[in-house]
Design a protein around this ligand. Structure first.
Ligand SMILES: [Zn+2]
Length: 316
């Protein structure tokens, strides 16, 4: 019989965005209490809100990609929407540091560095991230930072830095809300997990988390190639984990659950919510999707909710 299982002692949400216009430290603590979540990982996002004005080549590429999706689109309006999202999403490392300092028992902080910037910027930012003394990981997001994982020259120094620190790198994979749902955009397709295989092979001892079980997208039918590729990579590399953020509902799908069991196993799946980015969900809702899930065992739920993250973040 499938009963409602509850009372998981520890629940760690490994994917939360402390977006300044949408959240405060206190609002996040309130949401955690309501959902009975013990710890959350707060992600900085080093985005450049001016890039679409300062990089004409990128602007031209996006305009071309939008028109190849539909000639009836107005690229300038979509570019404006993108600029607004970049402005809103930009979350400085210092902001995450301040939140972690206010609630060190509740918040784990990840820094962010934009690999599209020049190597001097990347080095200086990594030094700052280190000097804060409280951050424990790095977030990378090809869609909003506009880089190609196979072509970017700064990834080497970022991966070396993370390895020295023994920090996980959380990699966004899949689409993103708003205009980044448009599948003809190169900056969206560049976030396919397959483009990371070379760098991950080279840095095979780095801890990696792929977000969204390898591919997120609300307006699309689920594209299996993203998920299958990330499963293959996770199976082949014991340092890779997958988070459930924004796609916890995939774990209600018997086929997806079976594929995870057959490949990397639930020892490599960690709970994340993407709060507050995905409209219509909450920490409480995402947690309940797993808690009440009839096809996952109690042991698998414990792995997802806490055991795997405790191991990854070396929490006692
Ligand atoms: Zn996210």
């Amino acid at each position: 019989m499938n009963s409602v299982e509850s009372n998981f002692r520890e629940v760690i949400d490994t994917h939360v965005h402390p977006i300044r216009s949408l959240t405060t430290g206190e609002s996040l603590i309130t949401e955690m209490k309501k959902a009975q979540i013990s710890k959350v990982v707060l992600l900085a996002l080093d985005l450049d809100p001016d890039i679409l004005d300062t990089d004409p080549k990128l602007k031209e590429e996006i305009t071309y990609d939008l028109l190849s999706y539909s000639l009836f689109l107005d690229p300038s309006k979509i570019l404006d929407a993108m600029k607004n999202i970049l402005k809103m999403g930009n979350t400085p490392n210092k902001h995450v540091v301040n939140l972690v300092k206010q609630h060190p028992d509740k918040f784990i902080g990840f820094g962010s560095v934009n690999p599209s910037k020049d190597s001097h910027y990347v080095k200086t930012t990594l030094q700052e991230i280190s000097d804060f003394g409280v951050l424990q990981g790095i977030k990378l997001i090809p869609t909003l930072q506009f880089f190609h994982p196979k072509k970017n020259k700064n990834l080497k120094s970022i991966f070396k830095f993370a390895k020295r620190k023994d920090w996980p790198i959380l990699i966004h994979s899949g689409r993103d809300p708003g205009p980044w749902e448009i599948h003809t955009l190169r900056c969206v397709n560049n976030s396919h997990p397959k483009y990371w295989s070379k760098v991950i092979k080279k840095f095979s001892r780095n801890k990696i988390i792929f977000a969204h079980l390898g591919g997120y997208g609300v307006n699309s039918t689920y594209d299996d190639t993203w998920f299958e590729e990330v499963l293959r990579m996770t199976k082949d590399n014991p340092q890779i984990y997958l988070d459930t953020s924004a796609v916890t509902y995939h774990l209600e799908n018997q086929r997806i659950v079976s594929r995870i069991r057959e490949t990397c196993g639930f020892e490599r799946i960690i709970f994340g919510t993407d709060t507050p980015v995905v409209q219509g969900t909450s920490m409480e809702h995402s947690k309940r999707v797993i808690e009440r899930n009839p096809i996952l065992s109690r042991e698998e739920k414990t792995l997802i909710f806490s055991k795997n993250a405790e191991q990854l973040f070396q929490l006692s």
